[in-house]
Every structure is written in structure tokens, then in C-alpha cells.
Design a protein around this ligand. Sequence first.
Ligand code: SME
Length: 153
Amino acid sequence: MKDCYGVTMTKVRAIVSADGSAAGKVQAAMELIHDRHDLYDWIGVYVLRGDVLHLGPYAGEPTEHTAIPVGRGVCGTAVAENRNQIVDDVREVANYIACSPAVRSEIVVLIRDGEDILGQIDVDSDTVGAFDEEDEFFLTELAELLAPFIEGL
Ligand code: SME
């Protein structure tokens, strides 16, 4: 486990247990992680409503992809296949929606409530192969911490 992940998680725990709105907590968590992790150039939460993923709090450059149908892009594929996605080089993925031409790799980790998918955490990096199983482990723990606040976004 990369050292910084444990420290980040401690800080996220403090954020989610403090007073404040669901949106405020998730926004603060996105900004914290974006600031602390050099390879995380963009991080955001998408909320699943029906068959569409809706962009929630994020940190990084604004994106025009605020609504993504299930099945489209890496994000929509994660829901359609009911599994997390790690893409080492987005240039090799046909079903990819570019948020920025600089993006090279991406990870999507589902946010769940039991068997139900509530949404997902999406992270983009301008570096090829930025994400591995440690990131998936870290983001899965983050997803568990954020799950209670997704409905309130
Ligand atoms: N690249 C994603 C779209 C979301 S943006 O990265 C923020 C995809 O292919 O689904």
C-alpha cells in the first residue's frame, strides 16, 4: 500500500464524520484526494439514476460529460458489466469518452449498497498506466465511506 493512501483515508474519515451536507463532504473528499495524489489529475463521483450516470462532486478541469448512459464509455461499461475498470491507455479503448485530450489512463470503482450500484468514483490520469490494484483497493475503501452520502447528492 502506497504510504500516502493510509494518510488520505484518515483525512477522508474525518471529513465524512464532520458536520455538513452530503455534497459538501463528497466535494471536500474529491479535492483532498486530487491535491494529495499527483497522478490523479481528475477525480469525480457519478451518481446512477435509472440508466444514466450523473456527474456529482469532482476536482480537476470541468467536463462536458455530465450525463453518461449505462454502456457508454469506461464509466457506463463499469455499470453494464457490474465491475470496476482499469484502463492503462485510453487510446486503445474504442468505447472511450474523452474528457480531456491529455488523459491517458482511467480507473472506475463502483459505489455499492449491497448488490445495488449507487454510482461510481472515476479517476483520470495524464500518465499511462497510472492505476493498479492498490488504487482499486484504496478507491473501494473510499467508495464504502462515501456510499451513505450518494443518495443525498
Ligand atoms: N472517460 C470517461 C468519461 C468521464 S470523464 O473521464 C470525466 C468514460 O470513458 O466513460
